[in-house]
Design a protein around this ligand. Structure first.
Ligand code: 0X9
Ligand code: ZN
Length: 407
């Protein structure tokens, strides 16, 4: 009994408190002029009054006049933020008047979960399940430690398929720590491909490589301390963390990335300065000639995005085939649950952001590279109830299968 109590205490100490989000609101802001877009950029970069404590949690980035931006505002910040919005005449609506309930709900469901795909697992548990799948798969599957994180956790690639003559698709998940549905979806897909003969046959013609927890330290941190953490856990003089999806080499330092440590889109001191992006780079370069497709799996928004993401309106040479393969995939995906995806150019649909893994993949000659923004479109945002893992997994797998047959 004493041991049980001790264990419960340790578990409680290791978990973040969803109560801390009580009274926080999700605001949807719609800047109508470039000046207002610039003000939002400035707030993201420097906080509301240039103080670290005034940092707002942007759930999407500012883009252009008329394009909305979702921001989480804490209970304490609400008055000041609403006053500043009024002063700048920036239109907004309250999309969720009390985010606390979402976090509590997610936390409760996670604890009540009964099987592998109805909860968001901790790092160790996640890899234990993935390892069991690899064993179950037998000689057709393998795993490889492709690097270590800042805090010395393994970054693991799971490879499904063993015919080296086949093309490879590489998928990274969890680059952004708080996007829990991303690793969960990849784990579900691994399970189905291994366990369901209908999907197992994909391995006759493809090798599927999954790096489902590409940012293990950030992921653990979202479980233990701050559910809304995005970056890795690089210690810094002023703040922790580099946004790994701003740290890739192609167009490093450009629009939508920041040079200040405390920003949520901090790019780091140089391209590939982080061990987590180095791990992906090294694996991908080593397997470059085999890699035909590359997916970077994120949330949220329900978008199937093709490069380039670093600037408005700039396309790779093969944009027509990129678009048509994405449309084929998205059609199949949508037919499963009727959930709609928007397909198209990353910067034009979302916002420009330089230094992403997808742009880099295209830049080194990988033919089909994309970012998928999994569900939803903003009701739950990053806090998607774990009860939705299976439905998201099923539709994403259908999209993947159709995509692989098309390219
Ligand atoms: O901003 C990002 O890194 C991605 N969106 S997210 O909300 N998951 O953070 C979009 C990345 C799109 N790709 C590039 N801009 N290269
Ligand atoms: Zn992301």
């Amino acid at each position: 009994m004493r041991q049980l109590v001790l264990l419960l205490c340790i578990a409680a100490a290791a978990a973040y408190s969803p109560l801390q989000y009580m009274g926080d609101q999700l605001l949807t802001l719609t800047p109508s002029t470039q000046e207002q877009v610039d003000i939002l950029e400035q707030w993201r970069e420097l906080g509301l009054q240039g103080k670290e404590t005034d940092f707002l949690d942007f759930w999407s980035g500012p883009s252009a006049p008329g394009r909305s931006v979702q921001v989480r505002v804490t209970r304490k910040q609400l008055q000041d933020v609403k006053a500043a919005l009024a002063q700048q005449r920036i239109q907004y609506r309250v999309s969720n008047p009390d985010l606390g309930r979402l976090f509590i709900q997610e936390n409760d469901m996670n604890r009540a979960a009964f099987d592998d795909h109805s909860k968001y697992h901790r790092y160790a548990e996640f890899h234990a399940i993935a390892n069991a799948l690899i064993s179950k798969c037998g000689s057709q599957c393998s795993k490889e430690v492709i690097g270590k994180s800042i805090e010395n956790r393994d970054i693991i690639a799971y490879k499904l398929g063993s015919n080296s003559a086949n093309p490879m698709i590489f998928m990274d998940g969890g680059i952004h720590a708080r996007e829990w549905i991303s690793p969960a979806t990849l784990l579900y897909i691994m399970d189905q491909v291994i366990s369901d003969p209908q999907y197992r046959s994909l391995l006759d013609s493809w090798n599927l490589v999954f790096v489902p927890l590409a940012n293990p330290d950030g992921y653990e941190y979202t479980h233990t301390s701050n559910r809304m953490w995005r970056k890795n856990r690089r210690p810094g003089r002023a703040c922790y963390g580099v946004d790994l999806n701003r740290n890739f080499e192609f167009k490093f330092g450009g629009t939508g990335s920041s040079g200040s440590q405390c920003s949520d889109v901090y790019r780091g001191v140089s391209a590939f300065s982080e061990p987590e992006t180095q791990a992906i780079r090294n694996f991908v370069l080593r397997n470059k000639s085999a890699i035909k497709a590359f997916w970077s799996v994120h949330s949220y928004g329900q978008y199937w995005l093709h490069p380039f993401g670093y600037a408005f309106g700039v396309n790779p040479n093969n944009v027509a085939e990129l678009l048509s393969a994405a449309q084929t995939g998205a059609r199949a995906l949508q037919s499963v649950n009727g959930r709609r995806y928007t397909v198209g150019h990353s910067a034009d649909l979302l916002y420009p952001a330089a230094g992403g893994s997808d742009d880099w993949a295209i830049s080194i000659g990988i033919r089909y590279a994309y970012t998928l923004e999994l569900p939803d479109t903003g009701r739950y945002g990053f806090v998607l109830p774990p009860a939705q893992i299976v439905s998201v997994g099923r539709e994403t797998l259908a999209g993947l299968a159709a995509f692989l047959r098309a390219v």
